[in-house]
Design a protein around this ligand. Structure first.
Ligand code: C5P
Length: 247
């Protein structure tokens, strides 16, 4: 296989990871913001960061949390980890990612590759991070992990209380997209150049700028904790495997 390197982006290019953890997580129904909910004796955020801290490629890890929890998060995730820094996020996920990008540009301007990861996916295997980093360093400017969709998906028409099917979507052509999503610095800064643009994922903003987005294999363990049911599954996985034994 021929490997094409981006001009300026080389293998082992300086890489930073933004971990967004500034959401309220209202759908989880807990009294603290989602990232601060415990899976065992450690929070969702602590699990997410400890996995990323195992990646030799991550030169800088920027954790973005609600402003009022910056001091608490520093105590939770920075101890003994000089590569981890904490900053305050914003009202929307996109605002939090922007805060992370600005932090990286100030703290490590030599960075060439940025990964954006949801703290709410704390069990994401390190192999997924490595696949994303490898794809960016081999020339793809925007990379997302995706997994096949198992349910049948239908487009519906909603008229008041009445919901009816308009048609069935061919799921072979669909992928459920996860994080971490990886970008060359120029692609991510271009995607986030307009402060009014909002999207549920980072690649969505890159797509709007016409940047091609490459898909690598995701992993079922990279699921996002959103509902109480997801939290139950995550706690079960951690209890069964022991956190350090997870891939
Ligand atoms: O709400 P949702 O689970 O989709 O959020 C995905 C990720 O984005 C979570 O890790 C959450 O903490 C983060 N987020 C953020 N700032 C916001 C909203 C969400 O960092 N304002």
């Amino acid at each position: 296989m021929t490997v094409h390197y981006l001009p300026g982006v080389q293998r082992s290019a300086p890489t930073a990871v933004i971990v967004v953890a500034a959401g309220s997580g209202e759908r989880l129904g807990e009294s603290v913001p989602k990232a601060f909910v415990e899976l065992d004796d450690r929070t969702i955020l602590q699990h997410a960061v400890s996995r990323i801290a195992r990646l030799p490629a991550a030169n800088l890890i920027v954790v973005v949390v609600p402003g009022r929890l910056v001091v608490r998060a520093r105590m939770d995730v920075m101890f003994g980890r000089p590569r981890v820094q904490v900053t305050a996020g914003g009202a929307q996920r996109s605002d939090s990612v922007r805060a992370g990008i600005e932090h990286i540009m100030a703290a490590a301007p030599e960075t060439e590759v940025i990964l954006v990861h949801d703290a709410a996916r704390p069990l994401t295997p390190t192999a997924v991070f490595n696949r994303v980093i490898d794809a960016v360093t081999s020339g793809h400017r925007a990379v997302v992990p995706g997994i096949p969709v198992v349910d049948t998906l239908k487009e519906v028409v909603v008229e008041g209380e009445r919901v009816s099917v308009r048609g069935t979507i061919d799921r072979e052509m669909l992928r459920a997209i996860q994080t971490p999503q990886g970008f060359s610095v120029d692609a991510l800064t271009r995607a986030y150049a307009d402060p009014t643009e909002l999207a549920t994922d980072d690649a969505g903003l890159a797509e709007r700028c016409g940047i091609p987005v490459h898909v690598v294999e995701g992993d079922a363990l990279a699921f996002k904790i959103t509902t109480p049911w997801d939290l139950r599954i995550a706690r079960g996985v951690v209890a069964e495997s022991g956190p350090e034994e997870l891939p």
